[in-house]
Design a binder for this molecule. Structure first.
Ligand code: ZN
Length: 391
């Protein structure tokens, strides 16, 4: 590997070969990470690190690998768990999992050993972001969410400090429903500022506008700002399975969460519902099913829109984690059907919506997150049997 790396010249590779080299090198990196992890766990059991004068096994690993102590401690923890999870360990040895993937899977599968296989499948299929969300959900469903909610509430804080560059930072830690409420208040102001910047030809990151929006909100709420210019809030979308709502806690693979903010306690949902906030949408489901109601308009009605937001909290394309500016798309042309049927709508991010309308890409048949294929692909709906409506 050392010799190959020394002689390696990326400029002499064609596009396909370069992509292949990225894939192969990533697999080597992952296999090496598995070996490193297992070896580090072994070192932690011995007293090599004591002999070499380190404060702890984590300090020893940090020094050996040139990483901070915090991540080294986490790496040792996930290495220790890896040995208890044979299927995850085998996948890691085959170079199928990155160190990040191993960390979130071992964390969740230790809490719920039945989830091991399901999480491995998720890792192979989707993006890291999707895997992380699924792991958080898995872990949440086997812990006492009410106790967690009380604990997080007791430990809540808002802190500010300065970093080495002299920038000031703000950090808030609280329950997801609280942070979701804050972000929902910021969002419309952020979008105002984004539109303003676009008009002026300024291109800046979304999170930069979000920072401006928080500062702007603080100004508007101040003694000189007054309540007159109060802006509209964005919607908070709560997703909960009916049995979980009735029972008071979710089990196995049930859902109880704020879209985009992760699992929350059932009591937090009841609390949100009690506020009768007009910008709250609660979608109650049974398993994966949302009652599909057809209506005779071109646009989905509010209820269908909420259901679509539940079905597609992110872009419908498998592997795409995009949350912002999702567009509802009719799979069948409205001029043919003259109705909006929930089952025939998908939500796309801008990029994938463009690929569909401009280059005729399509989602394979079905609902929910699924594969997205070019027109020549045999799984493209046009190349399979009749249209979904006829089916
Ligand atoms: Zn997308």
């Amino acid at each position: 590997m050392g010799e190959y790396a020394a002689r390696f010249d990326a400029r002499r590779l064609g596009a396909d070969d370069a992509a292949r080299a990225v894939k192969d090198a990533a697999a080597i990196e992952k296999m090496a990470a598995a070996v490193k992890s297992l070896a580090a766990a072994r070192v932690a059991e011995t007293n090599v690190w004591k002999r070499e004068g380190d404060l702890s096994a984590a300090h020893h690993l940090a020094r050996l690998t040139g990483t901070p102590v915090g991540p080294a401690r986490d790496a040792l923890e996930s290495a220790r768990r890896l040995r208890e999870l044979p299927a995850v360990e085998a996948a890691a040895r085959r170079g199928e999992l990155s160190a990040h993937q191993v960390a979130v899977i071992t964390d969740a599968a230790t809490a719920d050993p039945h989830a091991e296989q399901r999480l491995l499948e998720q890792a192979a299929r989707g993006s890291y972001g999707e895997l992380r969300d699924e792991c958080a959900r898995t872990k949440a469903n086997v812990m006492d969410l009410e106790e967690r909610r009380r604990r997080i509430h007791r430990q809540r804080y808002l802190r500010s400090w300065n970093d080495v560059e002299g920038a000031a930072l703000l950090q808030m830690r609280d329950n997801p429903e609280v942070i979701a409420g804050v972000m929902a208040a910021i969002e419309p102001v952020r979008d105002e500022l984004l539109a303003l910047a676009r008009n002026q030809g300024r291109a800046e990151r979304l999170e930069a506008h979000a920072a401006d929006a928080l500062a702007e909100l603080a100004r508007r709420a101040g003694p000189t700002g007054g309540a007159a210019k109060r802006s509209r809030r964005a919607k908070i979308l709560v997703r909960v399975d009916l049995p979980a709502l009735l029972r008071g806690f979710p089990t196995s693979d049930e859902t109880c969460e704020i879209a985009g903010y992760g699992p929350i306690a059932v009591s937090a949902i009841r609390h949100l519902l009690d506020t009768e906030d007009p910008f709250l949408a609660a979608v109650v489901t049974k398993g994966r099913d949302v009652a599909g109601v057809a209506h005779l308009g071109r646009r989905p009605n509010a209820r269908q829109l909420s259901a679509l937001e539940w079905l597609y909290p992110t872009c419908a394309v498998e592997g795409c984690n995009s949350l912002t500016y999702l567009e509802v798309d009719h799979r069948e042309d409205w001029s043919q059907t003259h109705m909006t049927l929930l089952e025939l709508c998908d939500r796309y991010c801008r990029h994938h919506h463009d690929l569909k309308t401009r280059d005729n890409w399509a989602l394979v048949e079905g609902t929910g997150k699924r594969a997205f294929v070019p027109p020549g692909d045999p799984r493209h709906p046009r190349n399979t049997h009749g249209p979904p409506l006829a089916a």
